[in-house]
Design a protein around this ligand. Structure first.
Ligand code: PEP
Length: 251
């Protein structure tokens, strides 16, 4: 059966000492808790090895926020999936809307990134979601379906089964505007039906689909209570151990 997951996306926040301290705080807080979900933190590349050294991997997973679309070579400034895996990280966020929007990531580059992540044993947390205009003009279901088809439907059923999806309506990211629990459930059910049509019900039922977009301790329980919402990808609220743990405890 699919897993419940709460994953933090730190984005471009925290210096290395600040990041290690935050990871230590989350790790410490988890010691006293029997979490009903897997807990993951995705940190800047520079923090991965140091954070990996201070967390208990049985309680807290570690991921990167991106990886390169090439395996190795003359790509100054890029960080490969193999490099990420060599730090001890097990996950990688791919296709975050900020990467699509500000760094021109396309479905084509994302297919490369997903393939390299999987080859290196990393679990992609693959982000999809519509912008405000698409929500308002009613094309949001089609937009998200196309993102999934173009980014992931080249995979075998076996490889697709290794993917975690994160539905993040762009209009809800960092805006304080959360999708209602019903809006999230409707989209998650649509995503699951899209997967079922391609790979069958078993693969669809086993895929974890996270919600992301201004999720916080005060709204997490209502979102996570929905049958097709399997947890959250958390931005701002992951930068404080207490609020992140408040979301973990919503399960
Ligand atoms: C995100 O960017 O993945 C995210 C969900 O951000 P926030 O929680 O800050 O809206």
């Amino acid at each position: 059966m699919r897993k419940n997951i709460v994953a933090g996306n730190w984005k471009m926040n925290t210096t290395l000492p600040e990041g290690v301290k935050l990871a230590e705080e989350v790790n410490e807080a988890l010691k006293g808790v029997n979490a009903n979900c897997d807990v993951i933190i995705c940190t800047p590349f520079t923090h991965l090895a140091s954070v990996n050294a201070v967390i208990d991997p049985a309680k807290l997973g570690l991921g990167a926020e991106n990886c390169a679309d090439h395996a190795k070579g003359a790509y100054t400034g890029e960080v490969s999936a193999a490099m990420v895996a060599s730090t001890g990280a097990k996950y990688v966020i791919l296709g975050h809307s900020e990467r699509r929007q500000y760094y021109g990531e396309t479905s084509e580059t994302l297919r490369e990134k997903v393939a390299l992540a999987l080859e290196n044993g990393l679990t992609p947390i693959f982000c999809i979601g519509e912008v405000l205009e698409e929500r308002e003009n009613g094309t949001f279901n089609e937009v998200v379906k196309t993102q999934i088809e173009e980014g992931l439907f080249n995979l075998s059923a076996d490889d697709f089964g290794k993917i975690i999806l994160a539905y993040e309506p762009v209009w809800a990211i960092g805006t304080g505007k959360t999708a209602t629990a019903d809006q999230a459930e409707d989209m998650h059910a649509h995503i699951r039906a899209t997967i079922a049509a391609k790979y069958g019900n078993e693969v669809a039922d086993n895929t974890s689909i996270l919600y992301g977009g201004s999720c916080k301790p005060s709204n997490a329980a209502e979102l996570f209570a929905k049958p097709d919402v399997d947890g959250g990808l958390i931005g701002g609220a992951a930068l404080d151990a207490e609020s992140f743990m408040g979301i973990v405890k919503a399960f």
